[in-house]
Design a binder for this molecule. Structure first.
Ligand SMILES: Nc1ncnc2c1ncn2[C@@H]1O[C@H](COP(=O)(O)OP(=O)(O)OP(=O)(O)O)[C@@H](O)[C@H]1O
Ligand SMILES: [Mg+2]
Length: 231
């Protein structure tokens, strides 16, 4: 780990307007500073703002106010036309629902972000194969998601999240749908891959055992960070 800060926010606010009279203040002023290579659990009760924070950090949603820096780039005012390309190269996502494309094979799903970025097919196939090998799925390259188990699908999603070699991985309940044994295996895999590739990971979880396994923890409540520190 270095002292380089890869994710930072200042006074980050996200307010959803439900109607002209009703608003939800999902993030009420978040100040974050995450060093390169950190692996951080984000915990807190349902509705605390955890997923909203990941969405705003990952450029899936825009903040209402405040700044977000990823890799020293201020993304808050970035035009949409630039944002999608920047996101594709900078952030990998793994969600509870893996959102794999059902009509494509495991290998095709893994390399899809690279195809969107216009990288060469031969380079991508090589990289996709080595990532599928890293997640233990060399023998499932040609299977479609419907022909894979839940844990296997999640491993494909992890390989896909890493195909662009992003410096940042944002994961939201990545093992929420899996049995305990599979869940542990996927957690180990995520930690190993992040450490091996110096990836900075924020992982949202309700699983207390998992959050305690990670080196750092941030606790959210009602749109704010109420506690943070080393485990
Ligand atoms: N698109 C939206 N429109 C309006 N309100 C929303 C929207 N998304 C989230 N919210 C509200 O913002 C608050 C924070 O939601 P968020 O999804 O970030 O919570 P969370 O901490 O991830 O909860 P959980 O643990 O249940 O996933 C909640 O009160 C939620 O109802
Ligand atoms: Mg959530």
């Amino acid at each position: 780990m270095s002292d380089e800060i890869v994710i930072s926010t200042s006074n980050l606010v996200k307010t959803y307007s439900i109607s002209s009279t009703s608003k939800v203040e999902a993030l009420r002023g978040i100040d974050l500073s995450i060093e390169e290579g950190s692996i951080v659990a984000i915990t807190g009760k349902s509705g605390a703002g955890k997923s909203t924070l990941l969405h705003v950090l990952g450029l899936l949603e825009r903040p209402t106010s405040g700044d977000v820096f990823l890799n020293n780039t201020n993304i808050s005012g970035m035009p949409d036309s630039v944002a999608s390309g920047f996101r594709n190269c900078t952030v990998g996502f793994v969600f509870q629902m893996n959102n794999l494309l059902p009509e494509f094979s495991a290998l095709e799903n893994v390399i899809m972000p690279g195809l969107i970025a216009g990288l060469s097919l031969s380079t991508l196939r090589e990289r996709g194969r080595s990532l599928l090998a890293a997640v233990g799925l060399s023998n499932r390259e040609d299977h479609r998601p419907g022909e894979l188990s839940g844990g296997e699908q999640q491993r494909v999603a992890i390989a896909r999240a890493l195909v662009m070699s992003p410096p940042i991985l944002l994961t939201d309940e990545p093992t929420g749908n899996l049995d305990q044994k599979t869940s542990f295996a996927i957690q180990d895999l995520l930690l190993e891959l992040c450490e091996a590739n110096n990836v900075t990971m924020l992982l949202v979880t309700h699983d207390k055992d998992l959050s305690k396994r990670l080196p750092y923890q941030i606790v959210m409540e009602d749109g704010l960070i109420v506690d943070s520190g080393r485990n």
